[in-house]
Write a protein that binds this ligand. Structure first.
Ligand code: SF4
Ligand code: SF4
Length: 479
């Protein structure tokens, strides 16, 4: 007979359902409507990825918005006060795994377990993943995890499988693997891989929130252990101090001793379950309210026109969802000139077409929105190093200077590219500098590579760590 859920667990499932539905709807709208932020701009982990860059210069990694930092701040406070409450109550990806876990229970009528010793080793995996993601994001200035991120792959599914496969082949594979695994084993991604879970686990070591077990009333039925989605040993110790606990309260609500054996505590004092939940929601809502009041957290992206009006318009702000008309208007440039510089036929790509649809409409394989950014920068005569490089703020006017020559940009320009030059993957930055007659610093700058990239290693060996592809580099050299 199915066990009746307690009101707290109904509330938790509804909250997770709303988080998952909200994220899915926003992801779908982002593909169809202007101004709806992408999943990248909604992921709190993006706040951590951009944090070092933000602290160093107040700037954000591309695709990341101030709202990511606000959400990260809220989750950090939540993590300190209530451990991994975010994972147990608000995480949309946790909810998605929960849905497949529920399907698995229906299908197989049993849960599988990972052998204890293997499980203990695998649980450490998320910490080096967290360290690697933060380090390489900081080194490259790009979202290095994005192509491998199952959540990013999920959030782009409304763009169609072909598009997701082209951009997130590994992430899509991960997504499928995780969801299949979830039918057999609960929250495997949260336990072993999730870098945001790792952050929360670290913060949760601060012992403000704990579930304590009252030994004299416990009847050792182990129902709490069986109910725990994170396979924490609840019935053994006198308090749940595991970094793996996601504060879901399943153990407390399932305990047959009517909550007298498992007692939530805050700062060592017993508190009612609803107080813990109210705290969790209070912190989350307060963070969202602060984000809204300061204008940092937006559920609609600022349009190019709005940014132009605020004098905060950058070439970098051109999104794949921006239309050609919008870009031309906001930057004060002629539409025909924009088409010419991008190299597309206006008959094939109408002015109200989104830039990301250019490849499809004009039959240009591998077209990227960055080509429009580079074209606008060329027209305006401002330096723009391509994705990952810094783009200066421009003050658009109808009479913005239009020049496409490098000489007119006033940037420290290397010489021209010799006739017949071909970039080979085996070349290093030094080889490239010698072949082009540029300095290694100019090569790094013009190709949008980090200034500290090793200059003597083959470029193809560093592409994954520094987040570029060889076709990208070839294209940049061509330009
Ligand atoms: S120990 Fe209890 S609160 Fe923590 S994850 Fe397990 S069931 Fe949830
Ligand atoms: S569910 Fe309650 S009574 Fe049963 S083992 Fe856990 S704490 Fe003890």
């Amino acid at each position: 007979m199915a066990t009746r859920l307690s009101p707290i667990q109904v509330a938790r499932r509804v909250t997770l359902g709303v988080a998952l539905a909200g994220m899915t709807i926003l992801a779908a709208l982002h593909q169809r409507m202007q101004g709806v932020p992408s999943i990248d701009a909604l992921d709190p982990f993006g706040g951590l990825e951009t944090l070092l860059k933000f602290l160093a210069g107040g700037d954000y990694i591309k695709k990341i918005e101030p709202g990511n930092i606000v959400m990260l701040g809220g989750i950090a406070v939540l993590g300190v006060v209530l451990s991994r409450f975010f994972c147990g109550w608000f995480c949309a990806f946790g909810a998605l795994q929960g849905v497949f876990g529920w399907l698995g229970k229906k299908l197989f009528r049993r849960r599988f377990v990972v052998p204890k010793r293997l499980d203990a080793v695998l649980r450490w995996l998320k910490y080096p993943i967290l360290a690697a993601v933060v380090y390489f994001t900081w080194r490259t200035g790009e979202l290095v995890i994005r192509p491998y991120d199952p959540l990013a792959a999920y959030g782009h599914l409304p763009a169609g499988l072909t598009a997701v496969w082209a951009e997130f082949a590994v992430g899509l594979g991960m997504l499928v693997a995780i969801l299949v695994l979830s039918t057999l084993y609960e929250r495997a991604f949260c336990k072993y891989v999730c870098p945001l879970g790792a952050v929360n686990a670290i913060l949760g070591r601060i012992p403000i929130f704990r579930i304590k077990r009252t030994v004299p009333t416990c009847i050792s039925c182990s129902k709490c252990d069986k109910a725990c989605p994170m396979n924490v040993d609840v019935s053994g110790p006198e308090a749940v101090g595991s970094a793996e606990c996601i504060s879901c309260m399943e153990c407390v609500t399932v305990c047959p001793t009517k909550k007298s054996s498992l007692v939530p505590t805050l700062g060592g004092k017993p508190v009612k379950l609803r107080v813990v939940v109210a705290f969790g929601f209070g912190i989350f809502i307060a963070a969202a309210a602060i984000g809204q009041a300061t204008g940092m957290l937006r559920f609609s992206a600022r349009s190019l026109a709005e940014r132009a009006a605020l004098g905060d318009l950058r070439v970098e702000d051109i999104k794949g969802s921006s239309t050609y008309a919008m870009v031309a208007d906001s930057f004060g440039i002629e539409l025909e000139r924009l088409y010419r510089e991008v190299g597309v036929d206006p008959k094939a790509v109408p002015a109200d077409a989104m830039i990301k649809d250019t490849g499809k409409l004009a039959g240009i394989e591998g077209f990227e929105a960055d080509e429009a950014r580079i074209a606008v920068a060329r027209i305006l005569g401002i330096p723009y190093a391509g994705e990952g490089g810094a783009a200066p703020t421009v003050a658009p006017t109808a009479s913005s200077p239009a020049s496409s020559s490098h000489a007119a940009t006033g940037t420290p320009g290397p010489g021209s590219v010799p006739e017949g030059f071909a970039l080979e993957g085996t070349m290093s930055v030094t080889d490239l500098a010698a072949a082009l007659g540029w300095s290694t610093a100019a090569v790094a700058e013009k190709l949008g590579l980090p200034a500290d990239i090793p200059v003597d290693r083959p470029l193809r060996d560093m592409k994954d760590s520094y987040g570029y592809s060889m076709p990208d580099l070839k294209e940049r050299i061509k330009r």
